[in-house]
Design a protein around this ligand. Structure first.
Ligand code: FES
Length: 200
């Protein structure tokens, strides 16, 4: 019974023809290994948390991606949900929902001094995952200056570092610091705290 389990009869060559076949075989295996390593690397990037220099991108209705720019957001507009993108690889870090951020614009003068350092012309970005039990946060209510999680109505104050102003959330919403480069919104630092639900 044949015991060779390789992809293309990769056994010891006994003649020149078989040597050629072995070369092809080896090349194919190296190609597969490289593709697998590439996929693994891409997967690692996709799950990695935002890093300084990442762009922010949103996915459009056709499945394309668009880097967010300052001019994409006006005061009073609905928030945009976005993921970081690593410029070197072009990989979008959407492999983990903990990388999803909610981005919107408020009047810069409403933002406190600490948060102003993490914002761009009134644009702020926060983890879009509630620190209570991890529901998505998709709503900002300007009249209350509150990000609201509709699962159990936790409220967070985006002009003041995401502090909790209502509901059961046990801790602030993590801030994703921003800066601008050529009009694009770019990540300026790691999340201010661990994104996601609070254990316990
Ligand atoms: S999960 Fe957001 S308030 Fe409970």
């Amino acid at each position: 019974m044949k015991t060779d389990s390789s992809c293309c009869n990769c056994s010891k060559p006994k003649d020149p023809g078989r040597r050629s076949a072995l070369k092809i075989c080896t090349g194919a295996l190296l190609g597969l290994a490289a593709a697998s390593a590439h996929r693994t690397h891409a997967g690692e990037i996709s799950d990695a948390r935002p890093e300084i220099g990442d762009f922010l991108v949103r996915t459009d209705a056709e499945g394309g991606t668009q880097p967010l720019t300052i001019s994409d957001l006006a005061v009073g507009d609905k928030p945009i949900l976005a993921f970081p993108l690593e410029p070197a690889s072009g990989a979008i870090k959407s492999g983990s929902r903990l990388n999803k951020v909610i981005v919107f614009r408020v009047q810069p003068e409403e933002i406190d001094e600490d948060m102003r350092r993490n914002s761009v012309e009134g644009i702020v970005a926060y983890s879009a995952v509630c620190t209570h039990q991890g529901c998505d946060i998709t709503n900002y209510v300007p009249k209350d200056n509150a990000l609201i999680c509709f699962c159990h109505f936790s409220q967070f104050k985006p002009t003041h570092g995401g502090e909790v102003i209502g509901g059961p959330a046990p801790r602030r919403l993590p801030v994703l610091p921003l800066k601008a480069e050529n009009g694009r919104l770019v990540v300026a630092g790691k999340f201010s705290s661990k994104p996601g639900a609070t254990a316990g």
